[in-house]
Ligand binder design. Sequence first.
Ligand SMILES: [Zn+2]
Length: 394
Amino acid sequence: MFPRPLYFTNVTVLSETGPIGHSLRVKGRRVAAIDTPPEKRDVVIDGQGGLLTPGLINAHDHLELNTFKRLKYRETYTHSLQWIEDIEARFETDTDLIEPRQQPLADQLFIGALKNLLSGVTTVCHHNPLHRPLRSHYPIRVVKSYGFSHSLFRGDDPAASYRQTRPADPWIIHLAEGIDETAGQEFDRLEQLGLVRSNTVLVHGVGLTAQQRHSLIERGGGLIWCPGSNQFMFGRTAQVAELAAAGRLALGSDSRLSGEFDLLTELRVASNTNQLSPQALFRTVTVDAARLLHLSQSGAGRLEVGGPADLVLLPPTDGDPFASLGRLTRAQVGLVLLAGQPLVGAEALRPAFDAAKVAWRRVSVDGVSKLMSRGLIKRLQRSRVGEPGLVVLS
Ligand SMILES: [Zn+2]
């Protein structure tokens, strides 16, 4: 039997401008219609008043570093280089570092995908080389065309790395990840190198001055904000309101080694800084993230007819629909659909799995029973590493 189209009814379809409809039809890998009546072969899915949003974009992660605990060795740091030195000094002595470093890379990367999918992320930007397991059959979309440098201090020479990056691709670098004088001077050094351009995307920017943020906006560059990781290391984070107003801000979870547990926790931390309105925050994980990562043409971060059927069903909410994003946990995510395929969802969403011909099994996510695609479960069972809070039930 062929898969049948999915027709979500009794939902609020949410785009970056606000609600745009109350039903959505998915055919194959794409959104086929918004707010039209169902067609004959459609399987009607009752969304029970929930919100249907684009699959979220996590603009910054290190996908192989999510099997580590969150680690630090001082109460606070003034620059991330100190944190990196503390970590590297313990590679051979601290079991929290020794054990994860012995895990197979493919398993580490799979857990990175699961972390993101369970939290409603369907596209993630990985900061490191595009390892082989990320290139094909990886269960979540990863940004494939990008250039990157670790920072001004480590990794490839930034100028050479920038030159090797196509102008049509984003070039991404950790910058001003600190609160000391060094961090305050990094942007000026990047400018002297001629590397603050329209495809330059900085990560962190905690130490940026107001003037530097202004220059970044003027040049058409952008910032990926990771407030959870920043607060963990420095007890403070970047000032991002003007960048968000200019549409030049995206949100990233960073890896679990320094960041929050997942993008939903990160959204809560971001929301609690009170720097952005709920709607502005929504843009940082949808359309604005897509723009910074040069994904807009693919339709990522939007729900529109003809666009990819990457979407998330969230619980009903009173009042401002955007505000719910800053309060959610992954157990509350109703359904994650990637290219029209249900990957994880509430038990009540079983008709969506069946209509799409996706075999499923029951799992518990943080104590809540859900369905997960058999493909993901098989891969999980081959993995030598587990995902905290995720248990296969049947
Ligand atoms: Zn990072």
